[in-house]
Design a protein around this ligand. Structure first.
Ligand code: PLP
Length: 405
């Protein structure tokens, strides 16, 4: 008997890490340089300026050699003090993990949650935040923390509406937003939306391998960091910003990932492909095609609120009695395609299709073929062909800039 050795490229269709384009892999493969030497400063300045454009901010961006979880911690320890109350909102698994992290840091972290897990099927309900803040007449709440794109469910929240909720309540809390899987895929505007700290990571829309993460700051966040008391050293913004002014870092940065980041910024901001607006439009269109497939299969989306359905990933609920992880394993085994697992309370009940970063219509069609074949082989009764529906959608809605037929 032969062992199964897949040929061709693996289909990494999880919602991050996303496939890394060859152009970025080539950039990362360049020889490592002295991070305190004369050439490094130019690279540092280039990526810091590039990331300001990606976050759509004129204020500083901090880059950590860490995964997104580190940047979550950085946002909290730089702005808050032990015992401070923070208001968080349960959109899914990642919102709950951030809440756990805040609690472990010694914060009084309050989690707004809809009953019966309903919050895991929608975006943030900003009116609930507004009500809670209005009740906090003594302004005990120091920060509101929300997840922009909840990767465990496939719901994107309206961050502008959350900002409006803070303003309507006339509440001075800081607004901290996790856009780890949103940035450079779903529309995101740090300055225009009045966000105080935006948190992101390298392995999603930025199309890099895992390993770097970000805090984008506001002047109010910087002010808060001057009085915040939570202990911090590795995560401290002050030394980072001091050295970043000349393009350097207080400790050894991930030099080769920064080569990749410079390349990623060039790709994302390239005017010939529509810049960031082009990036957002491409993701919206891919998501529409994938949702057309799910609808044709007759399966349920995890995110039931149409306006919040994510351009980055789609969570697909399997019918009762069908273990989504078994379907995923079968698809991986037979077709060398990786899909995202159900996380937390959704374990075994749904799978996630990532449609972010270095994708195109045909790579997505291949992923949908893998899903459809796998679902059928697993004995799931489908209402119709999602593959045919997605093909029809992509054919009828050409990517902007595509040549007319
Ligand atoms: N927040 C969100 C929305 C995420 O999707 C992830 C990871 O997938 C994280 C936080 C945690 O980031 P990391 O795994 O890079 O530490």
């Amino acid at each position: 008997t032969l062992d199964f050795h897949p040929s061709g490229r693996h289909f990494l269709q999880i919602p991050g890490p996303s496939p890394v384009p060859d152009r970025i892999l080539r950039a990362i493969s360049l020889p490592t340089i002295d991070h305190r030497g004369p050439e490094f400063g130019a690279l540092g300045k280039r990526v810091l300026a590039g990331m300001q454009q990606v976050f759509q901010t004129e204020h500083p961006v901090v880059i950590y050699p860490a995964s997104g979880t580190g940047a979550w911690e950085a946002a909290l320890v730089n702005t808050l003090s032990r015992g401070d109350r923070v208001l968080m909102y349960e959109t899914g698994h990642f919102a709950s993990l951030w809440h756990k992290l805040a609690t472990r840091l010694g914060l009084e972290a309050e989690l707004l949650a809809l009953p019966g897990g309903e919050g895991w099927r929608k975006g943030v309900q900003a009116t609930l935040i507004e009500e809670r803040l209005k009740a906090d007449t003594g302004h005990a709440i120091k920060a509101v923390c929300v997840v922009h794109n909840e990767t465990s469910t496939g719901a994107t929240s309206d961050i502008e509406a959350v900002r409006r909720a803070l303003d309507a309540a006339r509440h001075p809390a800081l607004l901290l937003v996790d856009t780890i899987s949103g940035l450079a895929a779903a529309d995101y505007r740090h300055d225009a939306w009045g966000v105080d700290v935006s948190i992101s990571g390298s392995q999603k829309g930025l199309m890099l391998p895992p390993g770097i993460s970000f805090n984008a700051l506001s002047p109010r966040a910087l002010q808060a960091s001057r009085v915040a008391q939570l202990p911090r050293s590795f995560w401290a913004w002050d030394e980072m910003l001091e050295l970043n002014a000349s393009g350097y870092f207080p400790y050894t940065p991930t030099t080769n990932l920064l080569y990749g980041l410079a390349e990623a910024c060039d790709m994302l901001l390239d005017r010939r492909t529509g810049g960031l607006e082009g990036v957002f439009a491409r993701h919206r269109r891919w998501a529409e095609g994938v949702r057309a497939a799910v609808e044709a299969w007759g399966l349920e989306l995890q995110c039931t609120e149409a306006a919040s359905q994510s351009p980055v990933l789609t969570g697909v609920v399997t019918p009762p009695g069908v273990d989504a992880d078994q379907v995923r394993h079968l698809i991986h085994q037979r077709f060398d395609l990786s899909l995202g697992t159900g996380l937390g309370r959704l374990k075994g009940r749904m799978f996630r299709i990532g449609h972010l970063g270095d994708c195109n219509d045909l790579t997505l069609m291949a992923a949908l073929c893998g899903c459809e074949m796998g679902l059928k082989l697993a004995g799931v009764r489908l209402a119709g062909s999602g593959v045919i529906a997605a093909m029809a959608h992509f054919a009828a809605h050409p990517q902007p800039g595509a040549l007319p037929c």
